[in-house]
Ligand binder design. Structure first.
Ligand code: C2O
Ligand code: CU
Ligand code: CU
Length: 483
């Protein structure tokens, strides 16, 4: 299945990376999978308090090649934050970079002023503090910067981490962090030989596609399972690349959670498409003597209806090698999971958004323009239509939504749970039921945008505010710098 040794013998690592996709025979997948550390917190006055420091440095993303990277509490990626449903959290974010950044809590339902967009920009040396109460169920969320026009650069250099929300879980669902409940932050990076980049990234109509795929910052990772059931919390933290995941054995695995939480019951799947920013919780069965690979296999992303260009999803490549240790404990996946009930679907569409090449309803992002005013606490039906010839996805801040239909039909199994980001192929539509929170704030906007980060940076983003019937105060300040 996996040849070993050719890489070492080849010597010129950069050559191999450029010329070979990571699934090639000759790649060893022998480096133990790193697991992002859980961030320590302190309980102060009833709040769980975390500290994050945005930092830059150099990291060997592939052995022997140093790349300029960015991270939180380190030079690449960030620690995992973990808090329980109902808890109050307070997070101090200090910017140790030389450029402004932000810390956005992707998927979190919280007041707009705590959301960490470009309206809560953090100047170099400054500390910004976000605080809110977690009122949503168990989920795999994440955090990343959201500086206006610079998101692709900062995220693809490594500024991304997980934010797990805990809640009552049924026995049998693997839950031991790093042991049988394993986060996989998948990113593609561009690495070239000869030490320090920058090299030339592959830019495409959907943005930057890297030439090397790493997991939790680990090149050619290997995970040794000590249980027969392993829950993988998968985050596509890539700027543009989509992954169509399957096991090299072609065995089915079970989808147990989507962006916003658990499904009512495990759903058997043999492939799973994940576009940038989407998460999936899957449980795989690792049989005795297993030596398998989680890999990405070709998916045309509906591009046959669009531009005939690379989308990053047309190759086959390995992502993670999984084997099983002898001392295996076995358990059984529960048949039922505690999913949050879906909202009632309304009869009529409230808003229609058309995705152009890099626009939403023909407009580009304007920090001082409010595009949509929504009654706090209301539930709306949104129709998203990709009228362009490019692949896009669509993310709404401050909420989790339900997908009613895709192209007028029942949504794909991967889209039947709570979502905050949905892939929308060229010429496709998705109808969403979107419940908005009661956090009215007519002067601080939330964003909705394409999460292919080059598109977002190009302005494929718009703003909404939640109000209590009052009109939005305008104009807004162009960024609200915290010094
Ligand atoms: Cu993942 Cu606007 O964000
Ligand atoms: Cu977000
Ligand atoms: Cu897009």
């Amino acid at each position: 299945l996996l040849g070993i040794g050719a890489l070492g013998a080849a010597g010129g690592i950069g050559y191999w990376i450029r010329e070979r996709q990571p699934d090639s025979p000759g790649l060893s997948f022998a480096t133990p999978l790193r697991v992002p550390p859980l961030l320590d917190s302190e309980m102060i006055d009833g709040e769980r308090v975390f500290r994050l420091n945005a930092q830059a440095g150099a990291t060997e993303l592939v052995p022997g090649v140093s790349s300029a990277t960015m991270g939180f509490n380190g030079a690449h990626l960030g620690p995992t934050l973990r808090a329980a449903h109902g808890e109050k959290v307070r997070i101090h974010v200090t910017n140790e970079l030389t450029v402004p950044t932000t810390a956005h809590w992707h998927g979190m339902v919280l007041p707009a002023s705590q959301d960490g967009t470009a309206h809560q920009s953090i100047s170099p040396t400054a500390t910004w503090t976000a605080a809110w109460q977690i009122e949503q169920p168990a989920a795999t969320l994440w955090y990343h910067p959201h500086p206006h026009g610079q998101t692709e650069l900062q995220v693809s250099r490594g500024m991304a981490g997980l934010f797990l929300i805990d809640d009552e879980a049924p026995p049998g669902l693997p839950a031991e962090y790093g042991v049988d409940d394993v986060p996989l932050i998948i990113q593609d990076v561009t690495v070239q030989s000869g030490g320090q980049r920058p090299g030339t990234p592959t830019t495409t109509p959907i943005g930057r596609i890297g030439n090397t795929v790493i997991v939790n910052g680990t090149y050619e990772p290997h995970f040794v399972a000590s249980t027969s059931l392993v829950r993988l919390r998968i985050l596509n933290a890539s700027a543009a690349r989509c992954y169509n995941l399957e096991l090299s054995t072609r065995d089915v695995f079970h989808l147990v959670g989507t962006d916003g939480g658990l499904l009512p019951a495990p759903v058997p799947l043999s492939q799973l498409l994940l576009s940038p920013a989407e998460r999936a919780e899957v449980v795989i069965t690792v049989p005795p003597d297993a030596d398998l690979v989680l890999r990405s296999v070709p998916h045309d992303l509906g591009m046959s209806r669009g531009d005939n260009v690379t989308s990053g999803a047309e190759d086959t490549f390995g992502i993670l090698r999984i084997t099983r240790a002898n001392d295996v404990t076995t358990s059984e996946l529960p048949a039922r999971l505690p999913a949050a009930a879906h909202p009632t679907r309304a009869a009529a569409v409230d808003r229609h958004f058309m995705l152009g090449d890099t626009t939403i309803n023909g407009k580009s992002m304007d920090m001082v323009r409010i595009d949509t005013v929504i009654a706090a606490g209301s539930t709306e039906t949104w129709l998203i239509e990709n009228t362009s010839r490019r692949a896009h996805n669509f993310h709404i801040h401050g909420t989790q939504f339900i997908v009613n239909t895709e192209n007028g039909e029942s949504p794909a199994p991967r889209n039947r749970g709570w979502k905050d980001t949905i892939f929308i192929a060229p010429g496709s539509t998705a109808e969403l039921t979107v419940p908005f929170s009661a956090y009215a704030d007519p002067t601080t906007p939330y964003m909705y945008h394409c999460h292919m980060l080059w598109h977002e940076d190009q302005g494929m983003m718009a703003q909404y505010v939640l109000t209590n019937g009052k009109p939005a105060a305008a104009p807004l300040h162009n960024g609200d710098m915290h010094h």
